[in-house]
Structures are given as C-alpha cells and as structure tokens.
Design a protein. Structure first.
Length: 751
C-alpha cells in the first residue's frame, strides 16, 4: 500500500498519523504510528516519513482494558458488593454493587453521598459506630465489620464489610475501597448450628459422632461423664475404646452391616468405662448422609440404663430362683431341662430327672416351727449340691419338693449312683438350733428319651415315680415305668367319675352268706359294694375303695351302703329269716368322721332294723390308732346293741389281749391264713391259736375265703364258729341272694 500512500501524499502535501502493522526484519509484527509530510529541498519535492514503534503502548492499553473487564465481571457475578467512600466516609460511587444480588434489596443509588451511619441501621449501637469511626479516622484497614439494617421489605438484614484506605501518590488519604456481603442467611444457619450443638453438648445422653470409618470426631459432656474418658482422649480413636468384649459374637458384624446399609441400629450395649467398670447403654446409631446420599458420618446416641438393667436382672433372678435356698425354681429348671433335652437330642445322650420329696417334713414344721424347717431346707440345698456334678442343676419347686437335673449320662446305672448318693446324704442328721434332725426323701426318677420327650412330661412322670417311692415305704427311689402311667391314668379317670357315681346310682351291693358250722344255718350276710362303671363294667372294691377313701367319697358312699343293706335285711327278716344279721364294712375314714355314731343311730331309726341285727366290720388299724376315741365310739354303738367284727384279723399287729379292751363280738380270720391252711404248717398253728384264744375270750370266729372242702373240715375240727367263702357261695346280687335264701331249707348251705 506504499504507492497509494505516496499518491495521497502528493495530493494533500501532509498526512496525519496513521497506525499500521509492520513486519520487522526478524519477521515479528510491530505496531507503528506513521506521519508524513512533503518538503522541498533545492526545488526538489521530497516525501518525509516518521514512523514510531508503539507496540509497548498498545500492549499496556490491552492489559488495562482486560483488567477493567475483569473488575466489572467480578462485581457483577459475585454475591459480594464493592464500594468506595471519600475522605469524609461518604459513599462515592453511585450504586456500587447495585447489581450484586445481596444488596439489590436497596434501591440503586440510595447510599450515594451519605455515610454508613447516616443510613437507618439496627446495629451496632452508637458506641459500636463510634469505635468503628476511630478506625476510619485513623485511616486503618478493617476486616469483617458487621452491621444490620432493615431492608425495604422490613426484614432485618446483616452485613459484613472489609476495606482498606486509599492514598494518592503524595500520601494523602483519598477514602476507602471495600467489599461487603449480606450474611443474613449465614448468621441464621450459624445460630441454628449453635443451638443444635449446645443441645447435643448438654444433653444427658451420650453422643458420639464418627466419620465413615468409625473415627471419633466429636463426643459430648455426657460421654465424658459416663465413660470417664475426656474429649481429648476420645477424639481420633474409635468407639472400640469402650468395648467390653462381652457382646455376643456376630454383634458388631450385625451393627456394621446395618449402619453401612444406611439403616439405624438400636441395641443395648454392654460397654466398659475407663476405670474398667461395665455399664449398659441403650444406643442408637444413625448414619448421616451428604447431599449426594453418601454416608459421611455416624451419630450414636446412648443412654446409661445401668440402674434399669440392675432392676431387671434382679427381677429376672427373683423370677427364676427360690428366695429361701437361692436354688433355681421350677421355671428356670424347666428352661434348663429343655435346653438339656435339645443338647441330648443332638449328642444322643440320656437326661435324668430326680424328683425328690421329703418324708414327713410337715412334722418338723409343725413341731419345731417354720424357722427350723427353713433352716433345714437351706442346709439340705447345700447337701444336695454336693451330690451332683458341676453342670447338673438342683432346684427347689417349693415346699419340700426338690428336683435334680442330670445331664450327659451314658448309662442308666449312673443315675442310680447319684440317687444312692442322695439317699446317703440323708443318713447324717441335720443339726439345726441344737436339734439333731433325721429326715428321709422319696425320690422318683424319669429318663429321657424313654420316659418322655418334653420337659413337662418328664417332670410329670418323675413326680408319679416319686409317689410310688412313697407307697413303697419312703426313703427310697423308684424309676418311672410305662405301666405306672396307665395306673395313674386309670386313677385319674376313676377319680373324676367316682364323684358322680353315687348320684348316678352306679353302686350296687352284693351279699355273701356267713354259715354257722355247728348248725349249717345262715347267720348273716356281708354286704360287699361294687361299682357298675359305665365304661369299665362291674368294678370290685379293690379298684376304687382306696381312691374313695383318699377323696372322701367313701363317706357318702358308706352311708348309702349301710342304708341299702339295712333296708334289705329288714325285708329278709320280715320275709321269715328272723335271726339274719347284716355285716357292713366300715373304712377308717368313715369311722373317724365326727358324726359316725350319729349316722348309724339315725340309719337304725330310719330303717327300723334292730341294732343287734347290725354288725360293723372294722380293721385292726382302726383299733390301733387313737384307742381312746375308738373305745368311746365302739362303746356308744355297743350300748345301742350294735355288734363289731374285726375284719382281716391277723394282718395287723393287734394282740388278742389288747382286743379285750374293746367291745368286740367277732374276729374274721383273714383269708390269707385260710388259703394256705393245708400246706403251710405255720398258718395251721396260727389259725388253731386264733380260734382257741378267741373262744377263751368269748369271741365268735369267722373264717374268710374258704374255698376247699379240706379247709372247711379243718375249721370244723378246730371249733371255728362260722365260715364265709366261695365254697359256700360267691357274693350274689340281691335277687339271687333272695332266691338262695328262700331255698335254704331245700338246699343246705353245707352240702
Ligand atoms: P372283706 O371285707 O374282707 O371282704 C371279703 C372279700 O373276700 C370280698 O372281696 C369277697 O368277695 C372276697 N371273698 C369271699 N370269699 C372268698 C373266697 O372264697 N375266696 C376269695 N379269694 N375271695 C373271697 P371284695 O368284694 O372284692 O371286697 C374286697 C374288700 O373291699 C372287702 O374285704 C372290704 O374290705 C372292702 N369292701 C367291700 N365292700 C365295702 C363297703 O361297702 N365299704 C367298705 N368300706 N369297704 C368295702
Ligand atoms: Mg369285710
Ligand atoms: Mg376280710
């Protein structure tokens, strides 16, 4: 373009400066400012150029422009605002930061020409501003000066400003340049945070905050108090610091898998304090997440529940132990038993249960008092413990009942060994308050698996076996066996139906004649009760008399027997058998009823049977027990004319001379003597003696259970008065008996 340049120069003569970009000799580009003019030299027209290198200046200009651009962006994009004040601290730029979001609540230019404290404010106080102004007047920089003012919408907003003084080249103060920001939101968040953290700090619960790896970042005061560790000791460690090692296996695995899955974990922890003491903490661990949902921290809050746990443990102990002996009670025993059964099942082992009841313990309580009884039970608990291996349980079920659980038995013999040991432990007396007490136990034993699958069944069967031990004469042990169950079951069903038998008219009487040997005539009949059971058929007394005695049902039943038999005898006597006597069996329980005498007297009146037609059969044991009262009763009835017979004579311990004291008419020789009469010479002698002595005492002798002719002959030869037995007649129903009595003349009894 140089030619065009020269052309332009030729026309105008001069050219004002223009800027051009030239390439220098080394190839780099430079900015030049060129001016040109026409001059004449010796009449010759010449062109004159001046070119100046302006590259440096251009570069400086560009830097400045960029800097201004940057400043504009900054103030526009930042949430902070920029401001300037003059030497009098008045706002010097119109609308500084007006476009900055945080101050847009104020109208643009509202500040211009005013000082900050001339604008309405809510804080700081006058004094606060005065202090600020001393800084300003000293032309010092300041940082984070805070003030508040009401925004046009009325809400109070808080600001923080920082600034530095500006001086000119000569060092004269020109004013301040500063930035500021609206910190309203930040302050609210901070206040919220302060509230929360002081709440956490002061709460009664232990609070621990850990990072994701379980490293403790925070603990509160309650943690320090509860554990004895200071904050400084805890920070940077993990909660393993308080681990007791008493948590069940798998506990911590469960904990971590729960909280790492983002779920809250709540459990009772057993932890250890710095001083080694254990404490119970009911703890909840909650994962904290960041805004992306990633777990960043765990916060654990816990309550020391030591007191509650202690109370609970005590309650648990009381609920599972006997207060007197501190032995496990039935509940705990059953629990242990069931656990033992589970183990035994796995290891194919035998489990043994001993059920132990003290014989006649009541006597000790009654005669020596409960204090002695209690002390004996305590001493006994200790002795029983000495009989078993560690791991076997001794329990008290209450009263004088104890149970022993024997685990890990390989052979049944082992159980007998322990049972013998237990019996042996009772051979030495217990010395209580200077009393030497001898006591014995009755022990029932049941074994798993043979005697039951469940704890309850085994206990029930051991209990049944214990009763058998009592029956077998006490101070012994009995194993449970299957036939016992049937017996117990039968007894149970009989017991229930026996209660209704009388009302349902299920009892019937059979009669068996007593024949006078001298004359061959019937002198009496014995009434023998039977029970027409709806399921089991006709039951003999052996099946139900004992139960009836134990339950008391014997009393109303006995009255029914007496009335029925007496009425029937009355009829037979009116029909012609004028001398006929009725023999009625009376059990001990009946005889000992307070109104027994009255009942018999009343029945005699009711039936109008002459008293001497009635013979009551009592056993030797009735006579032996409580002799005075017995004599009184016998005497009362005797004076009315009633006869008495001693039944089953020879099986008890009464001597004939002793019997002399009682108003008795007849001895009934027990059938066991009659049975072996011809074979056993011993019995022969006994029967001969009984007959001879009875005659001497003017007592009638009746032989029971005469079944053979030889027996009959023997009795005749030795002067027995009367006989009763199958040889003459079985017990018969009332119809058949009536029939047979009517045939007496045609068909002799001894025929
Ligand atoms: P017990 O009073 O000694 O009655 C005699 C028992 O011997 C009766 O048995 C009778 O059937 C049986 N007997 C009679 N002759 C013979 C014989 O030749 N050979 C054999 N082997 N036995 C013979 P039962 O009827 O079974 O009565 C058994 C026991 O039940 C009676 O013995 C009596 O103690 C009691 N008992 C029967 N009825 C009553 C009753 O109404 N009240 C009470 N309290 N007990 C009764
Ligand atoms: Mg009898
Ligand atoms: Mg008898």
């Amino acid at each position: 373009g140089i030619d065009a340049f020269i052309e332009r120069l030729g026309k105008s003569g001069t050219i004002p400066g223009v800027e051009r970009i030239w390439r220098s000799k080394d190839g780099s580009l430079i900015d030049v400012h060129v001016t040109a003019s026409k001059i004449r030299q010796k009449g010759k027209k010449l062109g004159f150029f001046v070119a100046r290198d302006v590259t440096k200046r251009k570069q400086a200009e560009e830097v400045l422009r960029e800097s201004e651009e940057r400043f504009r962006s900054l103030t526009q994009l930042s949430s902070d605002f920029y401001w300037e004040t003059d030497t009098e601290h008045r706002f010097a730029v119109r609308g500084p930061g007006d476009r900055a979001s945080s101050v847009s609540v104020f109208p643009p230019g509202a500040h211009f020409g005013k000082t900050r404290w001339e604008l309405p404010y809510t804080s700081p106080s006058e004094a606060g501003w005065r202090e600020h102004r001393t800084t300003l007047d000293a032309h010092l920089p300041f940082h984070d000066f805070r003030f508040s003012r009401a925004a046009p919408d009325g809400a109070e907003r808080h600001f923080s400003i920082s600034a530095e003084p500006v001086f000119d080249a000569a060092g004269n103060f020109k004013g301040y340049r500063g930035v500021g920001s609206d910190i309203t939101e930040r302050m609210r968040a901070e206040a919220e945070m302060r509230k929360l953290s002081s709440a956490i700090q002061q709460t009664a619960d232990c609070v621990i905050i850990t990072d994701r790896d379980g490293v403790i970042e925070y603990v509160n005061d309650a943690f320090e108090r509860a554990t004895g560790y200071t904050r400084a000791e805890a920070l940077g460690r993990t909660p393993r610091l308080v681990k007791s090692g008493l948590q069940e296996t798998g506990f911590y695995e469960r904990l971590w898998s729960t909280i790492l899955a983002g779920t809250t974990f709540s459990e009772v922890f057993v932890n250890r304090k710095k001083n080694g003491e254990l404490y119970y903490e009911e703890k909840t661990i909650t994962p904290l997440r960041d805004c992306d949902g990633r777990i960043t921290h765990f916060i654990s809050t816990g309550k020391d529940i030591g007191e509650r746990m202690q109370a609970q443990e005590r309650l648990h102990y009381l609920a599972h132990h006997d207060a007197l002996t501190e032995l496990p009670n039935r509940v705990l025993f059953l629990d242990r038993l069931n656990q033992a059964l589970n183990r035994a099942h796995r290891h194919k082992r035998i489990v043994g249960i001993m059920f132990l009841d003290l014989d006649r313990f009541k006597n000790i309580n009654d005669t020596l008092g409960h204090d002695v009884g209690d002390a004996l039970l305590k001493a006994l608990a200790v002795r029983l413990h000495g009989c078993v291996r560690e791991g076997d349980s001794v329990a008290r079920f209450g009263g004088d009942e104890f149970a022993i659980l024997l685990e890990d038995i390989t052979q049944i013999k082992d159980v007998s060994v322990v049972a013998d040991k237990v019996l042996n432990a009772f051979t030495q007396p217990f010395v209580i308050n200077a009393h030497e007490l001898f006591i014995t136990p009755s022990i029932g034993i049941s074994l798993h698996p043979t005697d039951g699958a469940t704890g309850a069944a085994l206990l029930k069967n051991a209990d049944a076996a214990m009763y058998r031990a009592k029956d077998a004469g006490k101070n012994n042990y009995q194993f449970y066996s299957a036939d016992m169950t049937t017996a117990a079951f039968e007894r149970l069903t009989l017991e229930t139906s026996l209660r209704h038998a009388l009302a349902r008219g299920e009892f019937v009487l059979h009669y068996q004649p007593q024949i006078e040997l001298g004359t061959g005539r019937v002198i009496g009949v014995e009434a023998l009760v039977r029970w027409q059971h709806p399921e089991f058929g006709l039951l003999a007394p052996a099946h139900f008399i004992t139960i009836a005695e134990e339950t008391g049902a014997i009393v109303p039943m006995g009255e029914w027997v007496a009335r029925t038999a007496m009425l029937q005898t009355k009829r037979w006597r009116e029909a012609g058998l004028r001398q006929l006597r009725i023999a009625i069996n009376v059990s001990a329980r009946q005889f000992n009823e307070p109104n027994f005498v009255d009942t018999i007297a009343r029945l005699l009146r009711e039936t109008a049977l002459p008293a001497d037609a009635l013979e009551l059969e009592i056993t030797e044991s009735v006579i032996m027990k409580n002799a005075e009262k017995t004599i009184e009763r016998l005497q009362a009835l005797h004076s009315m004319g009633v006869h008495f017979a001693v039944d089953d004579f020879g099986t008890g311990y009464s001597s004939l001379s002793y019997l002399r004291r009682f108003p008795i008419h007849t001895l009934k020789v027990d059938q066991s003597f009659i049975h072996d009469l011809t074979e056993d010479s011993g019995d022969v002698e006994i029967v001969k003696t009984i007959i001879a002595m009875a005659r001497g005492l003017k007592l009638a002798v009746v032989a029971e259970g005469v079944e053979t002719h030889e027996q009959l002959v023997f009795l005749q030869v030795h002067g027995c008065h009367a006989v009763q037995g199958y040889l003459i007649s079985r017990p018969l129903s009332v119809e058949r008996m009536t029939e047979r009595l009517n045939q007496s003349d045609a068909r002799p009894w001894l025929g």
